[in-house]
Design a protein around this ligand. Structure first.
Ligand SMILES: C[S@@+](CC[C@H](N)C(=O)[O-])C[C@H]1O[C@@H](n2cnc3c(N)ncnc32)[C@H](O)[C@@H]1O
Length: 288
């Protein structure tokens, strides 16, 4: 009897240990699944990878950039930011900013501000519709002059306030460019210069979108197609002339940006098309 009891107890012990091992393994598997899911979501957010067919939620610029402001300064491998960096730096280096009052319209988090300050301006003022982006800018440049704008008429800004207006990657977010550019020309001094870069309308009118991932949702920022010649025409009506115009076209050297985002079909769709443009206008500087 004792032997039977002993064996029975041992069997119970073995069964208990097997149950514990099974439960531990299950907990381990659950933990592993949780961790893998965390890594995957994080990867998607970091890389901005949009799953084919995934729902895209469109939001107004102010609302979208408030959300994007969390990660805007941490986007490695963003083709548009890299191309704009190249294009804007060239344009900005050809404008004399020394002692000038500079307006940055659609300044965002002040990505170009270190470059602007290096050129010794008298002041730089940022204008933006997104309080979130402006807050990030203020964290980096606590003494910055910024204006949160609710419409594009810049009514609080006196006429002839700025020598130079810079606006990068913003133009296509502005719904009515006639009124907005009219306001820029009003706040610009008679001999002002204007530098503009943006996502090319050729891509936007063929379905291109400015998207980013925010907490597992893909968000597209509302864009409007403004043909580049129309922008030039409006500024010419206000006395500006085009001093320089550049475009960058999607080519083989950019393929890796799309490959990293698993977006090679997007590369195939847009290769050979202009993806970004840059414009430099002058008013009252003689005839060059
Ligand atoms: C792509 S970000 C560019 C930010 C910065 N210029 C850069 O190159 O990193 C576009 C910025 O334009 C701002 N924006 C959108 N619509 C605007 C408007 N109508 N007037 C001024 N800023 C606007 C957004 O809030 C956002 O900060």
């Amino acid at each position: 009897m004792r032997a039977i009891n002993f064996n029975h107890g041992e069997q119970k012990g073995i069964t208990l240990r097997a149950t514990e091992i099974f439960q531990s393994l299950r907990r381990l598997a659950e933990l592993l699944a949780f961790y893998l899911r965390f890594l995957w979501l994080n990867f998607k957010t970091q890389r901005g990878f949009v799953k084919p067919g995934a729902a895209v939620v469109e939001k107004s610029a102010g609302e979208a950039y408030d959300l994007w402001s969390e990660s805007y300064d941490f986007q490695s491998g963003n083709l548009m930011l890299d191309l704009d960096e190249k294009l804007s730096s060239g344009f900005i280096s050809r404008v004399d900013l020394t002692g000038k009052h500079v307006a940055d319209i659609g300044c965002g988090t002040g990505r170009h501000w270190p470059k602007l300050f290096e050129r010794m301006p008298r002041s730089v003022t940022g204008f933006d519709v997104s309080p979130g982006m402006l807050e990030k800018l203020k964290n980096k440049f606590p003494l910055a002059k910024v204006r949160h704008i609710e419409n594009d008429l810049l009514l609080d800004t006196p006429d002839g306030s700025f020598d130079v207006i810079v606006s990068t990657l913003t133009m296509a977010h502005i719904p009515g460019i006639e009124a907005a550019l009219g306001a820029w020309c009003r706040i610009a001094k008679p001999d002002a210069e204007i530098v503009i870069t943006d996502f090319h309308p050729e891509i936007l009118e063929n379905g291109g979108k400015r998207t980013f991932s925010h907490r597992q949702t893909t968000i597209a920022v509302q864009n409007y197609v403004h043909p580049v010649p129309r922008i030039a025409e409006i500024l010419q009506e206000h006395g500006f002339r085009l001093a320089e115009w550049k475009e960058i076209t999607i080519d083989e050297s950019m393929k890796h940006y799309y490959a990293r985002r698993h977006a090679l079909p997007v590369y195939e769709k847009y290769k050979g098309r202009a993806v970004i443009y840059g414009l430099h206008f002058k008013r009252g500087h003689g005839t060059e």
